[in-house]
Design a protein around this ligand. Sequence first.
Ligand code: C2E
Ligand code: CA
Ligand code: CA
Ligand code: CA
Length: 281
Amino acid sequence: AQLQQLLEQAATGGSAPHAAEARCYDAAELAHAIEAGELVNHYQPKVDFASTLVTGVETLVRWQHPQDGLVYPDRFIALAEEADLIDALMCKVLHTALRDVRQWASRGHGLQVAINVSMDNLQRLDFPDFVERAALDSGVPLSSLVLEVTESHLMKNRQAALDILTRLRLKRIHLSIDDFGTGHSSLVQLRDIPFNELKIDRSFVHGAWRDASLSTILNASLEMARKLGMKAVAEGIEDRADWDYLRQAGCDVAQGWFIARAMPAEQLPAWLQDWERRRAE
Ligand code: C2E
Ligand code: CA
Ligand code: CA
Ligand code: CA
């Protein structure tokens, strides 16, 4: 029994798991959180490999829970999809992101902003008009907006989603294939959709320099992006070795902890200044 306890302790990093970590949320709680403004946007920079200029930021939502503290999206996005709350969530995230982009622009930082959308968000025919109106209302050009599309395990109507993606592109909104290489990669079959960007999942990025099978997948993905005229973005650049390897492999844009973790909106201007200072050195 003692050994068992020791093994369990080792598995949880030596400490008992925090009560909140084990907790599951239900639809009513999440619906309330969305209404009450408990969702907050954090932003992670994207950096051009060649120039090391910041090209934009990705919006990553968090739940500022009154009891449990900061809750990460892996614990509530699937619930939002299942409970039909994903549109309400997306709506909040989008409006906040547009407001923040405007704020940064007024301080001299013109940035592209990416938001994550689930294929479940691409079921309503008025989605492209909704996004367009939100951008116009906040004075953000549509070309500053990137939608990172992740396939949902639920995915109701594929054809509707394809039509909507095409209409978004016609409005000059940039489209990105998220989590490329994982799970349902049937997005690859969407040759007809002019995706602008391919995001290689971090499971193929971090440590690829010393792993033959990872680097095979990685290089095949990069080649595909090149041939299809898409910009290749690598997420999960965690250290110098990842950076050097992906850069020499011809990847266009880097994202990951080696550059910066996702941060609250108000921290971004200081981070940008600091990055500029380090580039100049
Ligand atoms: P994703 O879109 O693939 O985002 C990348 C995830 O990797 C983020 O986790 C990010 O914080 C984390 N990450 C970034 N750099 C590194 C790194 O160098 N190393 C490691 N180990 N991780 C890194 P996060 O913020 O927990 O988000 C998880 C997922 O939740 C996202 O995966 C995305 O699919 C989903 N998500 C986040 N925000 C939204 C949203 O507003 N709407 C929807 N539908 N999904 C969202
Ligand atoms: Ca993403
Ligand atoms: Ca990913
Ligand atoms: Ca994802």
